[in-house]
Design a protein around this ligand. Structure first.
Ligand code: ARG
Length: 599
């Protein structure tokens, strides 16, 4: 057997092979037995072979006897190194597996750098070519707290997938073709504002935000202005050069302001193909869907009905329609999204598409996916796997959506600034002797890290309560707690006078004490946590693991002397410190969180 990253997987394969090579077992089990290895209660072992019980029942055999036969085959096989593993029959027919010290030591020796991890994880999804659709904000509005989650969760999921070998395309599907542009153009023209004079994009976006509010106010005071706005929108949609130019300037300002936020939050996108990009691609959608009989005219609009949709229209007879073309003939969110899936298939060869939005868009994506599936399969297009990753709301301490004290939405920039400011005072308190420049650098990493980590560490489908003190605390499942362990390990290295490079040595060593072993057993759970986070696209599984690892390390460090008079002991403990740091840093980087050398 191979001492690989996912040791349980390698074990499964080996046992499977042993069964296939063993005639007696083959006769007994046929091809129906799939040895599944699960994590076990640590009291009994690291893993457990499940599945014997149900199979024995099915075959009318005694489960314990069956487990015994399998165990004998495993133990007499050349493919299992007995010094690596201890097997034991337990209960009515389980086989518990414990990893011996020698296997743990070997695993640790081999997995000494990020590259080694990457070389193994990159085979997890060999060919899936995936488009990830995020952060996909609507343009011409200042970013607010609602934009935090798409950026933070999106980036973390993108990095997790990339780390594990997915060929990923990050496509920022901005909402740049909305009705708000009618109002904006109306007000720009009315107030004779020269938008090209706006310089700083962030300030310009604030101004645009204000102009939009002014425009809506004006429309309320003088309803005839609504027609003016509607007309401006129509002109824009028809390609009127003046309006197109105004629209372009607004979108550009908006994109620049967002780019600045992306930079601060470590978000990267490859393409920005917004709703407007598809405006000349929707006719084909109407045509294909109508021809196939998937879409039909209904009260002037073009709609798709799905029996699978559980939400009903007002008359309670028909399921809620998926409206893909408005009564006035204009395209909408649904039509541009349908054109987008087709484009992603034809231009990016997407085998899978992941969409990120808040929970309120679940109905939209259910209908989008149903429509795409029917349409693509009837047309003979290959149907990509479509997933909607959604999340809950960020709440204030009153359990209502988090707002400023005066009840306004919190701007994202203000949130970032406050995070860095608060982190600065925390860092200054903890380490007043740091140089000013250093303090600021650390405050930046800690503040933004804390903000992102608080978002990532809660199960994304649940709402969570925003709490500055908790996210910036050095205790609990927080970024500062994890970052601090990394920094602490650096000071241990300094004390031991070890350069990082020398820790990668190939010399064999053996971990010994109980605390060393507990820490080692925690290491081998890293790929399991990563796999779990990936299969569910829920980064919090990785956060929980990193938090547990940090705790396991702290208890190791509190019980065992690392700087030791016996060099052999010191060396292996330094290696354990190193691997802890490696996994913490790697885990945080995959989550999109920057680490610092010291704090
Ligand atoms: N612009 C949308 C919003 O802000 C999100 C877009 C998500 N992506 C998509 N292809 N529909 O709510």
């Amino acid at each position: 057997m191979e001492v690989s990253l996912l040791i349980a997987r390698s074990l499964e394969q080996t046992i499977d092979q042993i069964i296939r090579d063993n005639q007696e077992l083959q006769k007994l089990l046929g091809n129906s037995f799939d040895p599944i290895i699960r994590a076990a209660d640590p009291k009994f072992g690291d893993f457990q072979i499940n599945g014997i019980l149900p199979l024995a029942k099915q075959l009318g055999l005694n489960p314990r006897a069956l487990a015994m036969t399998l165990l004998e085959a495993i133990e007499s096989s050349q493919q299992i190194h007995k010094h690596y593993l201890t097997f034991e029959i337990a209960g009515p027919g389980f086989i518990n597996i414990r990893l011996n010290k020698s296997l743990l030591s070997e695993w640790i020796r081999i997995h000494h750098s990020e590259n080694v991890f990457k070389n193994e994880t990159k085979h997890w999804f060999k060919t899936q070519k995936t488009v990830i659709d995020f952060p996909s904000a609507n343009t011409a509005k200042q970013a607010h707290i609602g934009h935090l989650r798409p950026m933070v969760i999106g980036e973390a999921i993108a990095r997790m997938l990339e780390f594990c070998g997915t060929k990923l395309i990050r496509d920022n599907h901005i909402g740049d073709w909305g009705t708000n542009f009618g109002t904006l153009i109306m007000v720009l023209k009315r107030n004779k504002i020269d938008i090209s004079k706006f310089e700083d994009p962030e300030k310009a976006l604030i101004q645009i935000d204000r102009l939009y509010k002014e425009g809506s106010h004006l429309e309320k005071m003088d309803p005839s202005l609504r027609d003016t706005s509607r007309n401006e929108l129509l002109l824009l949609q028809k390609g009127d050069p003046t309006n197109i130019q105004l629209w372009q300037s607004i979108v550009q300002i908006s994109n620049q302001a967002f780019d600045h936020l992306f930079e601060q939050l470590g978000v990267r996108t490859d393409y920005t193909l917004g709703e407007s990009f598809y405006r000349d691609k929707v006719d084909r959608i109407y045509q294909e869907l109508s021809e196939l009989g998937i879409a039909e005219e209904s009260e002037g609009a073009l709609v798709v009905w799905h029996d699978e949709v559980k939400k009903f229209s007002r008359d309670n007879k028909q399921p809620f329609p998926f409206n893909i073309r408005k009564k006035d003939g204009a395209s909408n969110y649904a039509s541009t999204d349908l054109a987008t899936v087709l484009y992603r298939l034809e231009h990016f060869d997407a085998e899978s598409v992941i969409y990120l939005t808040d929970s309120r868009q679940q109905d939209h994506f259910q209908q989008l996916f149903l429509t795409t599936n029917k349409w693509f399969s009837q047309k003979g297009y290959s149907v990509p796997e479509l997933k909607h990753v959604w999340w809950g709301t960020i709440l204030g301490s009153d359990n209502k959506p988090f707002k400023t004290k005066s009840g306004e939405t919190i701007k994202l920039q203000a949130l970032i600034d406050e995070a860095v400011e608060r982190a600065y005072s925390v860092v200054s308190q903890k380490n007043p002797n740091l140089e000013e420049e250093e303090k600021q650098k650390i405050a930046h990493a800690v503040g933004i890290g804390a903000l992102k980590y608080a978002d990532l560490s809660s199960n994304r489908t649940q709402d969570y309560v925003f709490d500055w003190d908790r996210m910036l605390s050095f205790e609990g499942n927080t970024a500062p707690y994890l970052l601090y362990v990394i920094a602490r390990i650096n000071s241990i290295f300094k004390k031991a006078n070890r350069q990082e490079q020398s820790i990668h040595t190939d010399t064999s060593f053996s971990i010994e004490t109980e605390y060393e072993q507990t820490l080692a057993r925690k290491f081998i759970q890293f790929p399991i946590a990563l796999e779990q986070a990936l299969s569910d696209l829920r980064p919090h599984f990785l956060c929980t693991y990193l938090f547990e690892l940090a705790g396991t390390f702290n208890s190791f460090y509190n019980h065992e002397k690392v700087i030791h008079e016996d060099m052999e002991i010191q060396t292996r403990r330094i290696i354990l410190c190193h691997r802890t740091q490696l996994i913490l840093e790697l885990g945080l980087t995959i989550l999109g969180i920057d680490t610092v050398e010291h704090m």
